[in-house]
Design a protein around this ligand. Sequence first.
Ligand SMILES: *[C@@H]1O[C@H](CO)[C@@H](O)[C@H](O)[C@H]1NC(C)=O
Ligand SMILES: *[C@@H]1O[C@H](CO)[C@@H](O)[C@H](O)[C@H]1NC(C)=O
Ligand SMILES: *[C@@H]1O[C@H](CO)[C@@H](O)[C@H](O)[C@H]1NC(C)=O
Length: 449
Amino acid sequence: MTNVIWAVVGILVFCACVCGLENGLARTPPMGWLAWQRFRCNTDCVNDPHNCISESLFMQMADIIVTQGYRDLGYDLVSLDDCWLSRERDARGRLQPDPFRFPSGIAALADYMHKRGLKFGIYEDYGNFTCAGYPGILGHLQTDAQTFGDWGVDYVKLDGCYSHPVDMDKGYPEFGYFLNKTGRPMVYSCSWPFYQIFSRMQPNYTAIINTCNLWRNFDDIQDSWESVQRIIDYYGDNQDDIVPNAGPGHWNDPDMLIIGNFGLSYEQSKSQMAMWAIFAAPLLMSVDLRTIRPEYKAILQNKAVIAIDQDPLGIQGKRIYKDKGIEIWARPITPVFQRHYSYAVAFLNRRTDGTPSEVSVTLRELGLDFTGGYSITDVFDGVHYGTVLPDKRFKVDVNPSGVVLVRCDLVKSTGFGTRSQFREPPQQNAFRNPFQNNLFSPFGQQRHF
Ligand SMILES: *[C@@H]1O[C@H](CO)[C@@H](O)[C@H](O)[C@H]1NC(C)=O
Ligand SMILES: *[C@@H]1O[C@H](CO)[C@@H](O)[C@H](O)[C@H]1NC(C)=O
Ligand SMILES: *[C@@H]1O[C@H](CO)[C@@H](O)[C@H](O)[C@H]1NC(C)=O
């Protein structure tokens, strides 16, 4: 009996410490389309009806997401961002959309998404105003959560302008409580750590994981390679604090994908996609899907990179090497076998001198030492390298500001473990630390340094 009680206590403690927010949502990083980066706060539907923030913009994106195959690849969310609101609450104190730009109302827009097998996301702000100056939720938390539930919202992005970062430790959980009380499952996206870090506070990630399905740590993305690189650097430089917080149901959010817009080259677009997959990041496209060029669409629709991003283990990757503009990042993924992980490995070239850089490593130098070897496939060009053993030298050519992303799957045919071992679910703490091996010199023959 005592044993049983202790087992129960053990399970409860385990859940309180490890599982985080348990609303059953976002078991893999959310995927979809978010308006902000591409369309910002364009409210001028008189002069620019095609691009303004209006219900027809979201309906058009939803139609394309369905008809052009995005939904079936996992991009199943269409979300408003700022500037959908009316300046005034209604007579009963509830939020309402701008009546000219959203004449059918938000419930109808949510319904439009649901009928197409999509989820509907909304934006608000834990402050007196949203960042663009529309009504915020402060003073109306319960009413607004209930309104979102009544409208059929599936995902709430809660920003943090016009509020005090010290109040967020109380405010974000409070709104999460009211969301939960509606009884409608809603993914909860928080800006809480970002505003606290910005005001030099230390975010309480234990509380954040217990409250939010995803959260922003760093600045808004802008339409440039420089902005993408700043985010990559932030995640690499702070990885010891950030990476352990990610897992099924709770994710770091490095912000939207800007692929297909104006600021990234083709190589840089692959770099963003690869790095976001290494980060186990939400894949939130913010691009005009009506006009995106086919080669950029192909990056967003690359099944192999999406599979890495959505890997069920949900372990975020880390930067394991950085020197002379070359970085190597690795993310543990399935399949898992005999206490070893498979890996996604990104070779990122930050150099801008002409001609590709050759990077030459052995898998063992990267910490991939499974004696049966790894079956290696290039995610973007589809080249299959066959089985590569840990001590065999492996070379890639990485284009300037480009990436080579490979998937290294354990080769399980060595005949050691039994079949039942093979099927056992991974027990996290039984594995060797996937990042313990950081003492190595990854570059053997160097051509271009
Ligand atoms: C929000 O508005 C109220 C009422 O005007 C004010 O008392 C409060 O200080 C404001 N809060 C913030 C964070 O600006
Ligand atoms: C509310 O929270 C409880 C306890 O964590 C959870 O079991 C339930 O699924 C949540 N419900 C919704 C609608 O989020
Ligand atoms: C962080 O949040 C957790 C969970 O809410 C709480 O138990 C803990 O005391 C907080 N830590 C600090 C330093 O405030």
